[in-house]
Design a protein around this ligand. Sequence first.
Ligand SMILES: O=C(O)C(=O)C[C@]1(C(=O)O)C=C[C@@H](O)C=C1
Length: 393
Amino acid sequence: MTETALDAVRKRITDLDSQLLTLLSERRQLTNEVAETKIKHHIPVRDIKREEQLLIRLIKEGQKVNLDPHYVTQIFHVIIEDSVLNQQAMLAARANPGSALPLNRVAFLGDKGSYSYLATQKYFSRRPGELLEIGCQSFSEIIQKVENSEADYAVLPIENTSSGSINEVYDQLQHTQLNIIGELTHPIRHSLLVAKNTSLANIKTLYAHPQVFTQCSHFLAELGNVEVKTMDSTSTAMLTVSQMNRDDVAAIGSEAGGNLYGLMAIKSNLANQKENHSRFFVVARDPVNVPLQVPAKTTLIMSTVQKPGALVEALMVLKDNNINMTKLESRPITGNPWEEMFYLDVEGNVQDGPMETVLARLRKMTRYLKVLGCYPSEEVSPTKVAAANALAE
Ligand SMILES: O=C(O)C(=O)C[C@]1(C(=O)O)C=C[C@@H](O)C=C1
């Protein structure tokens, strides 16, 4: 292909990409109209059957024009996820008119480029109002900022698919009056970031947050003689390496974050698990009202009475009321050896009948119960069976 021919094809690709953006924007506009109808007629946001039919049809149509089912499924998962999250944000904003702020002051761990920073940007991109990022050095500082009204929201990492729960955050949530008002899951893709053109063999010192080292333990074990230095956040690690400007030091962080510090990635996908995601809670001083049309989750903590089977009995209350539990975590109670505090995430809305029954019954049978928050569920995975069904036909 000559250079002019290449230019001509690239021009057509550029035009097509612009058309795709226009179509995506039009589609989003239409789903906003759907949301208005749903608000008016009290129809649930999710319609799994419609999503499944839509995916099956698209997979079949895609095959006719040589697009493989996996590709089509991936693209439309992203599109539907965006559609559902936007609609949920619209409904939540309507149900909480007082909560729309012209400026959202958000406290998070680290500085520009940290995973919490990227998660904060993602969550607030769907919300009205400007964003003011307030980087903090510790979880307690983040919580205090919101408690003292120096910030409106806090974004706190709560668990990671590789390293598990972040206990310090759970402990902080137990002792604050703040409420969980949202959740989000953000992919964590660790890369080896350097300031100067170099190779892995030259690296003598590595800087990263301790959670990151845990998540990349297999990669570290293979490294041999490299000194590992823990930093209080990913952004501090990236800033340190950027300032040192040497070819024998590296930080572990996201490529997008590293770019903000002029760092480049010389190796990617360092996490033990390929699917490495972190889940964050968004917390605020006041609880939110989650409309019943939006799938909701409730997070609570409780300690059961000390008798055999007490936890099982408490969990049976959920089963009896058809409430699904998505997470159960136990933490020791300081000062009370052998006693445990349980953290639960359940699919349900505190304003809905079955959840009200569950909470009333649990309050009677536990020693302590606190609802940390009820918030729209952001675990939106359009049905995965659609692709399989379409292919099987
Ligand atoms: O058709 C609807 O009800 C929509 O809200 C639109 C849409 C989509 O984006 O296609 C989104 C969410 C529903 O679960 C189903 C489909």
